[in-house]
Design a protein around this ligand. Sequence first.
Ligand code: NAP
Ligand code: 3JN
Length: 339
Amino acid sequence: MSKKFTVAVAGATGAVGQTMIRVLEERDFPIERIVFLASERSEGRKLSFRGETVRVKKLDHDSFEGVSIALFSAGGGTSQAYAPSAARAGAVVIDNSSAWRMDPDVPLVVPEVNPHAVAGYRTKGIIANPNCSTIQMVVALKPLYDCSRIRRIVVSTYQAVSGTGQKAIQELKNQVRAWADNQKMESDVYPHRIAFNCLPHIDAFQDNGYTKEEMKMVNETRKILEDPEIQVSATAVRVPVFYGHSEAVNVEFEKAVSASRARELLSGAPGVKVVDDPFRNLYPLAIDAEGKDATLVGRIREDISQPNGLDLWVVADNIRKGAATNAVQIAELLADQYL
Ligand code: NAP
Ligand code: 3JN
């Protein structure tokens, strides 16, 4: 009989937590018992899992007795405070926040890119899930990197409001409704109106003029591709889309990679779906990525401004591949090969 695990979901009531629960169901993860954890605001709330009702418990330091795998998506502060307790209790933590991503003793894993890194979980009992914008970009770039080393990436992101959580999804809905009703549009989550607008501001601004979200893409890409020399410049933009982050990615290689070679490499790559027939209006769209796990890549073309460059348009569901599915795939690797 194959092994089954006790799995805890910390942040079970949130946008990512809810999707992790659905992905665990869909992928039929071998679960013996499931534990749903959130803040005291949600204590006692009923959630469903495989047709059964499970009550949410308040996350505490003693929530992890008997838990083998703890999926965290309750914010960085919560992960910082509770992941070590979970690991001490014997659970392997798979953390969706940025709290542990750059810790040298914590692997940062995208299963299609660096599955071998999972082995590093033994030091701290924690594995970090990268930022959504990084995940989809490295899934698309890894097959190309294996053909020729990448020197530099210039990326602009077009990020959906679901990346900010449930309240932001509601804020965009409310503003669209208010606009249609000719009413005043209220902004609480974002510093400006998000409906019919683009905000070049995701997470906090840093002293170097970049935002934290942009610097996550720089540092996480280097760690996952195990290449500290890659130069990355990112501009992260919030757009009025509910689900699906899109990215315009310009890449400079050490040796030239033609567009047709790139198309060929990406067509056989794990987790990638090439959608690239622009003359028939076929290219990756956020509305097509929504609810799916593949990273869509299209608009593949040689950069006319430099000899070794390519341009790509990369789209994925930020809550699925960008967070929940990637975390569950890491759990599958752990369950199959390590636990
Ligand atoms: P969300 O919809 O606002 O949900 C937040 C979840 O965290 C809720 O379940 C909430 O419980 C719980 N929570 C908040 N404070 C808590 C506390 N002190 N103790 C226990 N639980 C607490 O946010 P989300 O979009 O799901 O994102 C959650 C986190 O996932 C983010 O903060 C981020 O770190 C990470 N994330 C990562 C990515 C990525 O790129 N990989 C993308 C999105 C989010 P209540 O319902 O009880 O308040
Ligand atoms: O804004 C997005 O589209 C992605 C957001 C991710 C996020 C949101 C709040 C806190 C993160 C993250 O995963 O980097 C964090 C965080 O943990 O720093």
